[in-house]
Each structure stands twice: as structure tokens, then as C-alpha cells.
Design a protein around this ligand. Structure first.
Ligand SMILES: Nc1ncnc2c1ncn2[C@@H]1O[C@H](COP(=O)(O)OP(=O)(O)OP(=O)(O)O)[C@@H](O)[C@H]1O
Ligand SMILES: [Mg+2]
Length: 345
């Protein structure tokens, strides 16, 4: 018997009393092999026995030697239109923890905090990577004095990161012909570049991969949060209200996508007078304590305004490397220790 004949026969079966208008609508697969007829059928479990009886009868009626074998399969669950899409998050082979450094507002010191935390973790003996995810405005090469470096690939076609101060780093800056070349890529290509920086790099074994994010809560942050297995984010803010308004958005974004927030770094928290060693809160009383309490967050550390920071940064030397005994460097090392203690427990 041919498939067509079987189909014609099936069409004649009346299932209307079972609320099945068209008998072939429940058919998912049909194979005919000599006298063997294999059918896959989708109906709710309560109707299966009756449907089976009617199909077998119809086929046996045409030829008693035919052997119908019916397999019932479960209906795919109905999609809930309000359901959030489920993203499978990718991890990076060999990389234990991926930690983005974010802020709502630009210029609060993300890159400064990211580079100094990375070096501080390396000084504590960890294997550390630093990814400059600020594709449009990469600042890692300047801050770490690796500006002229160019990326190459290994025999497996993986990008080899640039290494300095014990930290492996990747930045868009290593691909641009010069510092003032603008990156004119749009969304999808930008994300592709970032994905390559995450997944097509020969990171080797890393305890921590620190991501220096661009400012704000845009596509890069969201897509990263949805696609990459991130362990916990750090948010950077300055003490004033204006920065806090924006950092609250960053906190909400991470919470929305279920990424834990390791804590807050308060940057430019106070100024230490070099002559008197006295602390001055030049932005006024900090709003950070109220903020972390209201949002149930942990303060990882407060970094002072460091007059030498910009000078050394421009020379490619983060403060933790340039002045390891300074109050600022010690504050960064303290933060690195807290990060590690979060994961050690
Ligand atoms: N604690 C500090 N003391 C003194 N200067 C600082 C401190 N933190 C950051 N800066 C300076 O502030 C400027 C902005 O810092 P940085 O580039 O780290 O911010 P950012 O948040 O990464 O900025 P963007 O949003 O543009 O990426 C830099 O010139 C940096 O050297
Ligand atoms: Mg930056």
C-alpha cells in the first residue's frame, strides 16, 4: 500500500465527536514499508485509546494483513506570549570568573577601577585578564602603556592577548591604526567584535576576567548580560547625586537580567591633603551609604581623588603599579581582597 492510499483512508475516519475536525491534522509522520504502517500522532492522552482503535480499524478494513503501529507524541507546550526569551549563556573555557565593571554615567572612573583591580588581583597571585569592552572609546591601551601593541593570532586562529603588569588584555585599541581613528561599526558588528574578544581569545587559564564596560545601560551591556555567563558585576559611582541617579539604572539593569552585583566602588570619594594628611570631602557628604542601604548592596571600597593618578595613567602606569604603597593603591588592593573573599566563601 502506498502512502497516498493510506492518507486517503485516514481522511475518511470521522473524529468529529472527539473534537478533531480534520483527521490528518493529528498526523505528524507516516511511513509505509510493505505491510508495516508507522504513524506518529498528536492527541491528548485521554483520546489516545479511541483514536488508536479507529485508525487500526480503518486500515485493517482495507487490508487485514496490514500492520499499523501508532506512536503518540506529546503536543508542544503552548508558548506564553509574555514569557521572556531564555538565553543560553556562554562561558569561556578556562576562565573561572567573568566580572564586568559598570556605571550608569560616563567618566566616573570605570576604566581606572577596572585596570587597578585587575593589577591588584594579579599582585595577589591570581591569573587575570582585562577586556576593554568599550569598543568606541577604548582607554585600556593608554592606561596600561600598551598603545602601539597589535593583536596576532595563534595557529588555532585564537587572538593572543597583550600582556603587561601580569595582566592579559584585549582592546579595540589594538586593532585601530591610530588613537584618533573612530570606530564606525553599528550594533551587530560591534557585538560580533565583542563576542570575538570574549570567546576567540587564547585567554589560557584565568581566575578572573575583568570587563571594562562602556558607560550606560545600552545594547552592549544588555547583550553581554544576556549572552555571557557573568559571575557578578561591580558598579562604580562618584559620591554625588548626579552619578547615583545613573548608577541606579545600572543596578536595575543587572537585577532585571539576574546578574548578582558584587558591590559598589565609590570613586573620587575624598581628597587627602598631601601636607596635612587630612581628608576633605570636596563633593560634600557622600550619598553612597544611603544608596547602598536602600538597594541592599555592599560597599567594596572608597577610592580617594588621587592627583598623581592621571599623571601616571597617561604614562601607562596604573596607580597600583606606580605607587603601591599609596593610600589609593591600598584601597584598590583592599577591593581585590574583598572580591576574592566573596568567592572564597
Ligand atoms: N580616583 C581618581 N582620582 C583622580 N583622577 C581620577 C580618579 N579616577 C579617575 N580619574 C580620572 O578621571 C578620568 C575618567 O576616568 P576613567 O576613564 O577611568 O572613567 P570611565 O568611567 O572609564 O570613563 P568613560 O565613561 O569615558 O569610559 C580620567 O582622566 C582618570 O584618570
Ligand atoms: Mg572607560
Amino acid at each position: 500500500m502506498a502512502v497516498k492510499e493510506v492518507l486517503e483512508k485516514l481522511k475518511t475516519i470521522d473524529f468529529k465527536d472527539l473534537n478533531i475536525e480534520d483527521s490528518t491534522s493529528i498526523l505528524k509522520d507516516l511511513k509505509v514499508n510493505d505491510s508495516n504502517i508507522n504513524l506518529k500522532v498528536v492527541v491528548s492522552p485521554g483520546l489516545r485509546e479511541e483514536v488508536k482503535k479507529r485508525i487500526e480499524n480503518a486500515i485493517k478494513q482495507t487490508n487485514p494483513n496490514l500492520n499499523p503501529v501508532i506512536e503518540f507524541i506529546d503536543e508542544a507546550p503552548k508558548k506564553n506570549p509574555f514569557e521572556q526569551p531564555v538565553f543560553s549563556k556562554r562561558s569561556i573555557k578556562g576562565v573561572k570568573r567573568i566580572i564586568p565593571i559598570a556605571s550608569g554615567k560616563g567618566g566616573v572612573g570605570k576604566s581606572t577601577v577596572a585596570t587597578n583591580i585587575a593589577i591588584a588581583l594579579a599582585k595577589l597571585g591570581f591569573k587575570v585578564g582585562l577586556l576593554d569592552a568599550d569598543i568606541y572609546g577604548p582607554s585600556i591601551p593608554t592606561m596600561l602603556g600598551t598603545k602601539g601593541a597589535r593583536l596576532t593570532a595563534n595557529v588555532f586562529n585564537k587572538i593572543i592577548p597583550i600582556e603587561k603588569y601580569g595582566v592579559k588584555m584585549i582592546s579595540m585599541g589594538f586593532l585601530l591604526p591610530s588613537e584618533d581613528t573612530p570606530v564606525i561599526w553599528r550594533g551587530p558588528i560591534l557585538m560580533q567584535a565583542l563576542n570575538q574578544f570574549l570567546f576567540d581569545v587564547d585567554w589560557g587559564e584565568l581566575d578572573y576576567l575583568i570587563l571594562d564596560l562602556p558607560p550606560g545601560t545600552g545594547d552592549v551591556q544588555l547583550s553581554l548580560a544576556q549572552n555571557t555567563a557573568i559571575d557578578g558585576a561591580i558598579v562604580v559611582t562618584t559620591p554625588q547625586d548626579v552619578a547615583l541617579v545613573d548608577v541606579k539604572k545600572a543596578v536595575s539593569m543587572f537585577r532585571e537580567v539576574n546578574i548578582p552585583i558584587l558591590g559598589v566602588v565609590e570613586n573620587m570619594a575624598y581628597f587627602v591633603c598631601p601636607e596635612t594628611d587630612k581628608e576633605y570631602k570636596i563633593f560634600g557628604e557622600s550619598k553612597v551609604p544611603q544608596f547602598i542601604q536602600a538597594y541592599n548592596l555592599k560597599l567594596l571600597g572608597s577610592i580617594p581623588i588621587e592627583p598623581d593618578l592621571t599623571k601616571y595613567a597617561d604614562e601607562g602606569m596604573p596607580i597600583v603599579e606606580a605607587m603601591p604603597e599609596s593610600r589609593t593603591a591600598k584601597a584598590f588592593i583592599g577591593i581585590a581582597k574583598i572580591i576574592n573573599s566573596i568567592y572564597a566563601t
